[in-house]
Design a protein around this ligand. Structure first.
Ligand SMILES: NC(=O)c1ccc[n+]([C@@H]2O[C@H](COP(=O)([O-])OP(=O)(O)OC[C@H]3O[C@@H](n4cnc5c(N)ncnc54)[C@H](OP(=O)(O)O)[C@@H]3O)[C@@H](O)[C@H]2O)c1
Length: 245
């Protein structure tokens, strides 16, 4: 039975990924801070799909917890670095500690787990780093979040050429209906604009694209990223600032 470890599996895309992989017969390790949510998910998955589910209730911003995961799970077939969060606010209107927390989890943890696991995972196994379409251009009002995802895009596309034995792939969701918006304190009006996919739709697409070096959710996001290439980043930033304001 193949084994997948999913970070940030207590809600949203990570939880839907857990359902998808369980339905495909994988055994799972699900990681997040909220133990109750992980326990409920474990029971549901084990009952419905008859797979083995291990839970790790850990704060992934703590390096000791990352070392613990790396030493305990050397036998993974797939690692999905999915845990992350954003802040929607004017840069100077919230505490710098939130920025550091975000950089630590969205960047530091992903780099740490990518390095730690890519050294010990077996040949042909796969790491998928979840970035965001927000990483392809500057994102006023989510400046630090966009920066962290921009880092993950360039970082992943760089190391995937260096590391040969383990596939290191990039997946970029666009806006998705999860707890992300409420955690980021993003106004609802923007989150409800247009047809926003569910976490299950995004998780299915991640599964479909497991072997792609880079994948982006949906034709609409791909089109937006394509047209931004024809404008300067500072111009895009000005336009997005007006829209977000
Ligand atoms: N939703 C979107 O619109 C969107 C768009 C593009 C990219 N993404 C990316 O997709 C990924 C998943 O986000 P989501 O939309 O599914 O959001 P979500 O529903 O808020 O899920 C985030 C997950 O990360 C976990 N997490 C947060 N801080 C953690 C920490 N310190 N230690 C361990 N786990 C932690 C949360 O669990 P606990 O709170 O239990 O720890 C939760 O399971 C993120 O990387 C996000 O940046 C989301």
């Amino acid at each position: 039975m193949k084994k997948v470890l999913i970070t940030g599996a207590s809600s949203g895309i990570g939880e839907s990924l857990a359902y998808k992989f369980a339905s495909e017969g994988f055994s799972l390790v699900i990681v997040a801070r909220r133990k109750d949510s992980l326990l409920v998910l474990k029971n549901k998955l084990e009952t419905k799909y008859r797979v083995s589910v291990e839970i790790e209730s850990l704060d992934l911003s703590n390096i000791e917890n990352l070392d613990f995961l790396i030493s305990k799970y050397s036998n993974l077939d797939i690692l999905i670095n999915n845990a992350g969060f954003g802040v929607f606010n004017k840069f100077n209107d919230y505490d710098i500690k939130k920025d550091l927390e975000m950089i630590n989890l969205n960047v530091g943890t992903v780099v740490y787990l990518t390095k730690g696991f890519s050294k010990i995972m077996k040949k042909g196994s796969t790491i998928i780093n979840i970035a965001s379409t927000a990483g392809f251009q500057p994102t006023p009002y989510m400046a630090v979040y966009g920066g962290t995802k921009s880092f993950i895009i360039d970082f992943t596309l760089a190391v995937q050429n260096e590391v040969k034995d383990v596939n290191i792939n990039l997946y970029c969701p666009g806006e998705t209906r999860t707890e992300f918006q409420s955690v980021a304190k993003r106004p609802k009006s923007s989150a409800l604009r247009g047809k926003i996919p569910t976490a299950a739709e995004v998780a299915n697409d991640i599964y479909k694209n497991l072997n792609k070096k880079i994948a982006i959710y949906g034709i609409y996001n791909k089109f937006l990223i394509f047209i931004t290439k024809f404008f300067s980043k500072s111009f895009i930033s000005k336009i997005l600032y007006k829209i977000q304001s």
